[in-house]
Write a protein that binds this ligand. Structure first.
Ligand code: FA5
Length: 345
């Protein structure tokens, strides 16, 4: 400050500098720094006030008023900048909290699990053909699960290794076939039923095996029933869920409760039949077992095998669903990864 500078000009310079600094200040702390430098006890204004003493006595009150007016103006500038910063801070917080231009998060929509859907489709196929749907307990007597099905006590499936025993006489059913016994014991022939349900086995987990999985049992008992009906029913079932292009084969096999017996295979969905790890190199995936109900089983429930005969099948639902969706590992159904389930929906 030079003694001959007019006071107002000097205050004008200070105001310009102050405005510049205020516009640079981005928060409360920076604002406070500016205040100290301009209005603080050792700030610029104090320096200006000190010069009043050097003025002639008559000019001092006027100079004091001019300075006070200027300070009042500076205070207003501070206040405006403070409000501006507060508004900006609020807007920033709101921007972070709700950006109305941001695409929304679509709600996750659930879907029917692919196992349930395949089960429903298989049941619907048989219901349309007059089969009744029945369900039964997952805890079974070993009589229903084994003995009544002509599975002798020395059969490997009866050893604890393959089954989960709860008591010496109670087992988590290893297949849906014990429902054949329950239904036939309570109902006279003819009958046509399908039984969906969960079954349990001590199998080692791999691309084709779970230790809790689902089966559908089918049972038709009436006079004159033959293997051709069974083959037709299962071929039709496969066409329904896979479409006509999928190959299905019937392979002679053995079950103690059917004679003759067959296994139903389909082309491996992972390799298209070339052979891969999923199908153990065979190119085929086993869907289920089937056959003509063994006369011993019919006799066991009080039916006369000379009057009625029947066919039965038990199909693994996971295997059907996994073929249907062209998967390479059955475990995906129980891992329940939402991304995978969404793809299958
Ligand atoms: C049976 O369970 C017989 N009760 C089927 C049957 C019923 C035959 C009526 C004759 C008359 P098997 O053990 O093969 O058979 O099993 C049938 C199907 O269940 C298999 O073909 C397969 O599709 C499925 N399955 C078997 N074990 C597993 C497993 N650990 N994980 C997933 N699916 C399995």
């Amino acid at each position: 400050m030079t003694p001959d500078s007019p006071l107002t000009e000097q205050l004008g310079d200070i105001e310009r500098a102050l405005r510049a600094e205020l516009s640079q200040a981005q928060n409360e702390d920076a604002l406070e720094d500016v205040r100290v430098r301009f209005l603080g006890r050792s700030g610029e204004i104090t320096a200006v006030r000190r010069t009043i003493g050097k003025l002639p006595a008559g000019e001092r009150p006027g100079a004091g008023r001019i300075i006070n007016d200027a300070v009042a103006e500076y205070e207003t500038l501070f206040e405006r900048r403070r409000e501006e910063l507060a508004r900006e801070a609020l807007e920033e917080r709101l921007r972070q909290a709700i950006d109305v231009t941001f695409p929304g998060i679509p709600p996750l929509v659930g879907s029917i699990h692919p196992i349930r859907r395949t089960m429903d489709d298989l049941l619907a196929y048989f219901e349309r053909r007059g089969f009744a749907v029945v369900v039964g307990p997952e805890i079974e007597s070993d009589y229903n699960n084994f003995d009544a099905l002509n599975i002798p006590p020395d059969h490997p499936a009866r050893e604890g290794l393959d089954s989960f025993y709860l008591r010496p006489d109670l087992v988590l059913r290893t297949h849906t076939s014990p429902m054949q016994i329950r239904v036939m014991q309570r109902n006279p022939p003819p009958l046509a039923i399908v039984v969906p349900g969960r079954v349990y086995r001590r199998d080692a987990l791999d691309a084709r095996h779970l230790y809790a999985f689902h089966q559908i049992e089918g049972l038709l008992v009436a006079p004159g029933v033959h293997l051709g009906h069974l083959k037709g029913a299962l071929t039709g079932m496969c066409r329904e869920v896979f479409g006509p292009q999928q190959s299905v084969r019937f392979r002679p096999s053995f079950f103690p409760f059917t004679e003759p017996s067959a296994e139903v295979d389909t082309t491996c969905p992972a390799c298209g039949g070339a052979g891969c790890r999923t199908c153990g190199g065979s190119g085929w995936i086993e869907l289920g077992g089937a056959g003509m109900v063994h006369p011993s089983v019919l006799r066991e429930v009080g039916y006369d095998p000379d009057v009625v005969n029947g066919w039965a099948f038990g199909v693994g639902i996971e295997r059907v669903a996994f073929t249907r969706h062209g998967m390479d590992d059955i475990r995906a159904f129980v891992e329940n990864d939402p991304a995978v389930l969404e793809q299958l929906a």
